[in-house]
Every structure is written in C-alpha cells, then in structure tokens.
Write a protein that binds this ligand. Structure first.
Ligand code: ADP
Ligand code: MG
Length: 433
C-alpha cells in the first residue's frame, strides 16, 4: 500500500502506469491520492481523479476545507459518508498524490539522467534496502519529481504491502508545524517512523528552517537505523545545501548521490518525440528538432511549448508547421534566445577548427580556413538577428551573396556529411549555451 498512512483499505483498482495524454479523468482512483480521496469522502470508484496534482499541494485542515480545495465540483455533488469522514479525521494525511504520468516507462533516458534513472530503478526494484539514502539532485524541471513518483508507483505495483510515503519537504514542514500546534508530535513521529519507504522531494526547502530540520534529521536517522529506504531530492548536492546543518548534510550524502545534468539536444529531442507520440499529435520532425534546439532551459518548458503548439493547431484546425510553431512560440523563443554575438561565434568556430581568429576576416581561400569561415557565417545567420550584409561586413567586408553562398553550402554539407553536421551542431549548442 502506498502511503497513505491514511487509507488502510486497499483499493481493488490498479491504475498502473498511464501514458501522458491519456484521459486522466477516467483513471481509476489509486488510493494514493489520499488527501483527495479521503477528504472528499466519496467512494474511490465513483470519484474521478480530480486534479491529482493540485490535491497534493493542498493541506486539508479538515475534510470540508479539503474537499473545497481539492475538488469542489465533486465534493458538492457527492456527500461524504459519515464513516469515511470519521476515518479521515483519525489520521493525518502524509503522502501527496502521485502523478499517473510520472512512471519509469514515460521517462526518457539519456546521458544527463542515466545515473539518476539507474539508481532510481535499482532502489525501486530492490527488495532489500540498497543505497540509503538515495539522494537525487539537479536543476529545476529536469525530472527529479518524475523519478520519485516512478519509484513510488513501481514499489506499489510490485509490493502493495510496503508503505511508501512521498511528499515535498514543504509539506513535511507543514505537517510538523501542524503537529506542534496541535501538540500531536508523538503521532507525527510515529507515523513517519513506521513507513517502509520515505521520499522527501525538494529537501532544500527546509534549509534554514531549524526545528523542521531537527525533526527531519531524527526521522531520517530512525528510518535508516531500521533499515527503511529513504529517498531525497534537492536542487543541489548535499554538500552544497546551504542553511542545512552540517550533520544532516553529511548524512544525506551517505548513500548514493546521483545528479541529473542539464538536458542535451538528443535528450530533448527524445523527450519531444515521446510526448508527441503520447499526445497522438502529428508533428513534423523538423518542428521537434527546432524545439529541441531552441528550448534548452528544462523539460518542463519543453513540454509547455509542445502543448502550446498542439493546442493551437487543434483550435485553429491547421497542421503544425515550422512557421506556425515560430509564430505560436514567439514570446518564448525570444526569451530563450541568448544573445550570441558574431564575435563570439567567430572565436568559438576558429578555436574549434584550430585556425586563427584573424582568418575569419582574411582573404585566404584555402579550404582549411574557408570552410570554418563559412560555418561561422552560417551560425551567425542562424543564431543572431543580423542581416546578410551585416554579417558580410563582420567577415572582412564580404558581400552578402558570399554569406548566402556560405549558408547554402553549410546546409548542403550538413545533409551529405554526418560528421560535418555533427560538428556544426556541436558548435551551435556550445554557442547557445
Ligand atoms: P523537477 O522535479 O526536477 O523540477 P519534474 O520531475 O517535475 O522536474 O519534471 C518536469 C516535467 O518534465 C515533468 O512533466 C516530467 O514528466 C518531465 N520530464 C523531465 N524529465 C523527463 C524525462 N527524462 N523523460 C520524460 N519526461 C521528463
Ligand atoms: Mg520537483
């Protein structure tokens, strides 16, 4: 049973992993969305999965408020049976709901996240505690929460008797403060210390929050001492967590620390392809490649962009093209365009091909310098807003037709010579940073 130190009754439905884009409202209740389910007090089978994610963040103070926060529409339509309400008041909600889309199956693995993924799988698969704690860290929107939910789903499916609690550090703090306020810390401790797997997401949140940290530290120690699995995520490595007590930082690093690196072009493209498939949307490969090039910040942004172009195409009833994509994502693309200068491009390209910077503007026509120069012109056209004549001027006062020729030449070569194309791609990525 996953979590939910609250709902003891195991529900018969088995949601299993769901592909993104599936009609989530039709999903059977998982029993995981404890706060939502108990709060609204409706029989699980009858209740649509109302905003599972929103439900997780809401912290019901009582069934009524929770019902109102979580699923107003359903809460009113279906009065809660008294028994369910009573049961819900007995215990505190511990776990947050899990997103049905956040499964291992839906996680695209690439170089930047392969270690974190392998570690997550290992911990999820292991019947005995392996790495304790497993500490996942990385920047925002790179898949930490996704992996944590995937672990929880997996364990739940494999062994429903294991009790898995997943919650954000913020919610942990909230629960703790609430327990203090209601002088109920014994129950709080007992609940947290009697789980099989404890997952705390975004632990950096309790940096600087001394008493919560203290409580967390004791909970953590108690669980590890009892050989229960603890899984933590954060935006930084344990040693970089400022505002965290030294003893806690050091203990957090005792198990396996796995980081998720920023995405690469390949990973972004893979993720886009998967999401497009899941949405059943017809998106030209060119558009996916364009997005993978342009939206480099994180996966969440990437998904957002994809959703937008799909929604737009559906609304206006037109096919998705490169042009429409640029139009729809106008604002986003402008924001994500780091301003690269022609000088930077020349410098990087010269370094890369090992030629002198001065040769970018020199009259030399030997292939060894002419080709890199063309690449630089091509990249200048791609990555800056400069016109052809402007670019020509920066390359030793060349004519705009020379630049145009360079652009065509590079495009042509990219089509016929994969090694060359890779070179250009690499340069582009380095410049786009
Ligand atoms: P974090 O918790 O690190 O901020 P999330 O786990 O919330 O990031 O991920 C943000 C979004 O990106 C989620 O919708 C998630 O499903 C998606 N995502 C991130 N990494 C991947 C991946 N490797 N494959 C598929 N989806 C991913
Ligand atoms: Mg997260």
């Amino acid at each position: 049973e996953i979590v939910v130190a609250t709902s003891q009754k195991s529900e018969s439905q088995k949601p299993g992993p769901q592909k993104a884009g599936a009609d989530t409202s039709a999903l059977p209740d998982s029993g995981i969305a404890a706060s939502g389910s108990r709060a609204s007090g409706t029989p699980a089978a009858a209740r649509p999965r109302a905003a599972a994610r929103a439900g997780g963040e809401a912290m019901p103070d009582g069934a009524a408020t929770a019902a109102a926060t979580l699923a107003p529409a359903y809460a009113e339509a279906e009065p809660a049976p008294a028994a369910a309400l009573a049961a819900s008041e007995e215990r505190e909600d511990l776990s947050a709901p899990l997103d049905p889309r956040f499964t291992f199956e839906n996680f695209v693995v690439g170089k930047p996240n392969e270690l974190a993924f392998a570690a997550a799988r290992r911990v999820a698969d292991a019947s005995a505690v392996t790495f304790n704690p497993l500490f996942l860290y990385g920047g925002v929107g790179l898949g930490k929460t996704h992996l944590m939910h995937a672990i929880a789903w997996h364990i739940r499916r494999k062994d429903p008797s294991r009790r898995v609690i997943y919650l954000s550090a913020e919610k942990f703090m909230y629960q703790f403060i609430r327990a203090l306020r209601f002088k109920d810390t014994m129950a709080f401790k007992e609940q947290f210390r009697s789980v099989d797997v404890l997952m705390i997401d975004d632990v950096q949140f309790i940096s600087g929050k001394d008493s919560t940290q203290e409580e967390f530290f004791h909970t953590f120690n108690a669980l590890v001492d009892q050989n229960r699995q603890v899984i933590i995520s954060a935006d930084k490595s344990p040693s970089d967590l400022e505002g965290m007590e030294e003893r806690l930082r050091s203990r957090l690093g005792w198990g396996l620390v796995a980081d998720i690196h920023p995405t690469t072009y390949e990973l972004r493209l893979g993720i886009l392809q998967q999401k497009a498939d899941q949405m059943g949307a017809k998106i030209p490969q060119k558009v996916l490649e364009f997005l993978a090039h342009k939206i480099t910040s994180n996966v969440r942004e990437l998904e957002g962009a994809l959703n937008r172009i799909v929604a737009h195409a559906e609304l206006v009833g037109r096919a998705i093209t490169l042009e429409s994509t640029q139009e729809v994502l106008h604002d986003l693309l402008r924001a994500s365009n780091r301003r690269v200068t022609i000088e930077e491009i020349q410098k990087k390209v010269a370094e890369h091909f090992n030629i002198r910077l001065s040769d970018m503007s020199s009259a030399r026509r030997a292939r060894a310098v002419a080709r890199p120069r063309q690449v630089a012109m091509y990249l200048a056209k791609q990555l800056t807003q400069r016109s052809l004549p402007e670019i020509g001027r920066k390359f030793g006062d060349r004519d705009h037709t020379t630049v145009m020729h360079a652009v065509r030449k590079v495009e042509e070569l990219c089509g016929t010579d994969p090694a060359f194309a890779e070179d250009v791609e690499l340069l582009r990525r380095m410049l786009e940073g």
